[in-house]
Design a protein around this ligand. Structure first.
Ligand code: PLP
Length: 496
């Protein structure tokens, strides 16, 4: 039996799924991958009569073979029972010539909940008796709150989130600052998201900090480089297919296309894993915003991050290094970790790399890449609202435009567009698109959008406006180490 994950940059690495989840990423800087994923073949016919949690248990049992059946069952039940406001977890809505897969019905109203409700439950079964884990997360908005909710009050775990001061949307800031729970810590840092991210990475390798907090507390990460967050996202691709079979849009075996708005390439990579595991997918349509490093790569195979950075109306996709793309390069180079290591070396030293024609062709066979400007995004929100009375958030709308471009090439294959967040998380962009007389007051705009569209505001995004603000810390970057030390003491040792 093959229990081992390996590193994208060194295939002599062998690590069990449990250790891979605990560690997050490999010491050589690579990401953990399951080399034989294409040998797993899930029974699509049978899946077509399973519910979401049953599909989740099946996917996890294949990719996390060192977890017992009881551990997987308990993790899945704890993650998804009662935490989503829709029984389907990720329901599908059919519009004209496409279907929308709504991934935002979790507690924080973005798709990050699907992975981050489950990751803490898996991590519980990874820790030994005396182990404790402090999760450190830098966020540009959505990951922070989703991670806070997932790890809140989980035994032997704490979470500290750093976000850029004045760098997230008002709703996102309120969501984080009102988080309850005795093990949740939040600080705004003076700097931007990249500063937060760079400093958090430094803390993971900070030996002085490790000594101060002692060996019973491990620092770990909750972003999409962790396989424990990526694997849960494979599930909704199978579940979406199942829903289309059940409502007679397709028959078992028919190919479908998926359009996925992309930042770190985690969400769409999970879809590619589903394809490798037997899901009949024709193409993945990958949509960026104005930060379109990937769509340039699609033309000539050159990945070049030396481009101007844009702050866009879809901020969760404002990213130039799509970390999970490294995993795709690993699979497309037929598990050639030396080759991937060389490309990543080029990226680090020159800010760019070029893949061989052969690998580019293999990527083009499965993927189509495009992008949306801010103007495209607002026009798309408006168009879909006018034509379909359906309200999209700006990230989903970035996908919509690229999807329509692709449908000029192929309009026949059934198309599923992933909707990654509630429109009420990004009130400004949505109001700009559909409210000619919007005000400057965000809460008033939320109510006006609801009155106009009859799309209900999710309760969790409304109630934060009335909740006490519990997290007010604003710190400098050079205070982050002391801050983490102090929070470890408060979470694990200062309790009565
Ligand atoms: C994180 C995020 C994305 C990008 O997902 P990746 O997995 O990073 O590609 C898209 N939309 C929203 C709303 C997000 O929060």
């Amino acid at each position: 039996m093959n229990f081992s994950y390996t590193s994208t940059r060194d295939d002599s690495v062998k690590i069990s799924p449990k250790q891979a989840i605990k560690k997050g990423f490999s010491d050589d800087g690579g990401l953990f991958v399951y080399p034989n994923i294409q040998d797993i073949n899930l029974p699509i016919e049978k899946i077509s009569s399973m519910n979401y949690r049953e599909i989740a248990k099946l996917v996890l049992s294949k990719l996390l073979p060192d977890f017992s059946e009881a551990e997987i069952n308990e993790s899945v039940e704890n993650a998804y029972k009662g935490s989503f406001d829709n029984e389907e977890i990720t329901p599908i809505k059919s519009l004209d010539n496409f279907h929308v897969l709504e991934l935002f019905h979790g507690p924080t109203c973005a798709f990050k909940d699907v992975g981050l409700q489950l990751l803490p439950q898996l991590m519980k079964h990874v820790l030994n008796k005396d182990n404790k884990v402090m999760i450190l997360t830098a966020t540009s908005g959505d990951t922070g709150k989703a991670a806070l909710e997932g790890f809140k009050d989980v035994d032997k775990m704490g979470i500290t989130v750093f976000y850029p001061h004045n760098g997230v949307s008002k709703v996102q800031q309120l969501q984080m600052a009102t988080t309850t729970g005795s093990n949740t810590k939040v600080a705004a840092i003076e700097g931007n998201f990249d500063d937060a991210q760079t400093n958090v990475k430094k803390l993971f390798n900070d030996n002085k900090l490790k000594q101060r907090i002692g060996e019973n507390v491990t620092l770990s990460s909750a972003n999409s480089i962790n396989i424990g967050r990526l694997i849960p996202q494979i599930v909704y691709y199978f579940d979406a297919y199942k829903q289309l079979v059940q409502n007679n849009s397709i028959k078992v075996g028919d190919p479908v296309n998926f359009t996925v708005p992309t930042g770190n390439f985690g969400d769409v990579l999970a879809g590619y894993f589903a394809k490798l595991m037997g899901l009949p997918v024709n193409k993945f349509i990958v949509a960026s915003n104005q930060n379109n490093v990937l769509s340039k790569f699609f033309q000539d195979g050159v990945y070049d991050r030396n481009m101007p950075f844009f702050k866009t109306v879809a901020p969760s996709m404002d990213i130039q290094i799509s970390s999970n793309f490294e995993r795709l390069l690993y699979y497309k180079s037929e598990d050639d970790s030396n080759y991937v290591a060389k490309l990543m070396h080029d990226l680090k030293n020159n800010g760019k790399y070029k893949v061989s024609d052969n690998i580019l062709e293999k990527i083009q066979a499965d993927f189509y890449f495009g992008f949306s400007s801010d103007e495209n995004i607002e026009n798309s929100i408006k168009e879909v609202y006018q034509n379909n009375k359906y309200l999209m958030d700006p990230h989903t709308a970035a996908g919509y435009k690229v999807m329509r471009d692709y449908q000029k090439i192929d309009s026949k294959t059934p198309m599923i567009l992933l909707s990654t967040a509630s429109p009420y998380k990004f009130v400004d962009a949505v109001a700009n698109a559909i409210m000619p007389d919007k005000s400057d007051d965000i809460l008033a705009n939320m109510h006006d959008i609801e009155a106009k569209t009859h799309v209900p505001i999710p309760e969790n995004l409304l109630k934060v406006w009335a909740m006490p603000v519990l997290h007010k810390d604003v710190i400098k970057q050079d205070q982050m180490e002391d801050y983490v030390y102090q929070k470890v003491q408060e979470v694990f040792y200062d309790k009565d």
